[in-house]
Design a protein around this ligand. Sequence first.
Ligand SMILES: Nc1nc2c(c(=O)[nH]1)N(C=O)[C@@H](CNc1ccc(C(=O)N[C@@H](CCC(=O)O)C(=O)O)cc1)CN2
Ligand SMILES: Nc1nc2c(ncn2[C@@H]2O[C@H](COP(=O)(O)OP(=O)(O)OP(=O)(O)O)[C@@H](O)[C@H]2O)c(=O)[nH]1
Ligand SMILES: [Mg+2]
Length: 445
Amino acid sequence: MGADTIAAVATPPGVGGVGILRLSGPGIPEMAAEIIGRLPEPRHATFVRFRAADGDFIDEGIALFFPAPASFTGEHVLELQGHGGPVVMDLLLRRCLELGARLARPGEFSERAFLNGKLDLAQAEAIADLIEGSTALAVRLAGRSLQGVFSLRINALIARLIEFRVYVEATLDFPEEEIDFLADSTVLDDLKALIDSTREILVEAHHGQVIREGLAVVIAGSPNVGKSSLLNRLSGDETAIVTDIPGTTRDLLKIDVQVDGLPIRIVDTAGMRDSHDPVEQEGVRRARDAVHRADLVLWVYDANQGPDEATPASFPPDVPVTRIRNKIDLLGEEPRMTDLPGGPEIALSVRDDQGVDLLRAHLRERAGLTASTEGAFLARRRHVDALTRGQTHLETARANLVGTLGPELVAEELQLAQQAFGEITGQFSSDDLLGRIFSSFCIGK
Ligand SMILES: Nc1nc2c(c(=O)[nH]1)N(C=O)[C@@H](CNc1ccc(C(=O)N[C@@H](CCC(=O)O)C(=O)O)cc1)CN2
Ligand SMILES: Nc1nc2c(ncn2[C@@H]2O[C@H](COP(=O)(O)OP(=O)(O)OP(=O)(O)O)[C@@H](O)[C@H]2O)c(=O)[nH]1
Ligand SMILES: [Mg+2]
């Protein structure tokens, strides 16, 4: 890293008013001397001519030089801002390659910024999320992450964890004081507080992930209860086939909708029942599979028939279930939302569009959107996974602390927890992980 100078067109491909070619690396002063005739004054937009090897005019434009280390990447950065034609940009790029620059890999500018300590990993990811954000809310929260809101929370958590580890490790070094350590109730309190803080960040990170990726909502239930009708109602389109024949839907039907800026991926599934038809059996198998991957299951039942509690009881315990009491028009009931022991229930009529607004509000709430988004940040599944792993290690540490296993195992779990949290900001990261993250960025970023 750092030895070679990389180049890429930073503006999108195609025709535009202005196109920017960006370079980063130590070869910039020599390259600038060749193309522009001199190195522009640092951080001053300078009007210049870009010239070919034989002195021919390629384009005129603005040159911008950021000397190392005060640049985006921490290395020398030079921008050649020319006219945004694909051929012009290509000529400029070729000129740089001719002078020894190398074509940048996707995300390589950001990767260098990370490796030079200009950004941590979560911030670098936030840049990509800012660029690719599909809603105004996602972009706003990506901006918060870019400014370090999420990283600060993680770093504060790690700092507390380190403090706690120092204490635990000290008792390892002075085993004769072990008894005191275990008897010390503030140790347990400290660890519990740490676990609570992790849980809080985890909940917020999960909200951030939902805003980035959308809430995965799976509509499930017995045949003919109105699942496909509900999908059509939420999408405002006749996407799914609706008939009064039970067993109409067999494939999973996935559509993306937005509810007040919240992206939601809705999956309609085959009605769950025992069947001898192999096609229907496969449909039911896929429906169960989808339920396992859901952020929220809408368990639909026919108000006329009452709920069949056995099926939702067989769902994974960590998947939240909201019961939908559909077809209340047949009983003349009013739409309402109730909190039942098994989870919330919404009574509605898809056919008459009564109470569907209650469901929309409920979806927003599940995504954390009714809470103020003040202080919220965007996050990725990777972050949520790391927090969950760290949380598990802290829980195991606590179990060992309460048990009789002694501080060695506690210390080890704490170290693993720290490692998991550190993966978020890139304090601990493998080349493999970095490669995966940065290669998904666009070229020139
Ligand atoms: N023309 C242009 N616009 C752009 C970028 C760019 O590279 N070029 N960016 C590229 O993503 C973004 C801006 N990001 C940047 C981040 C840091 C620095 C920079 O020079 N940092 C120095 C100095 C900081 C300061 O003066 O406060 C540093 O961190 O030391 C520049 C751009 C969006 N707009
Ligand atoms: N009265 C009344 N009928 C409804 C309502 N919602 C759906 N239906 C009817 O119920 C029948 C079944 O609807 P679907 O949406 O196909 O039901 P499903 O749950 O997708 O059925 P499968 O795909 O077979 O599992 C259709 O005749 C719908 O018109 C409602 O709110 N009230
Ligand atoms: Mg259906």
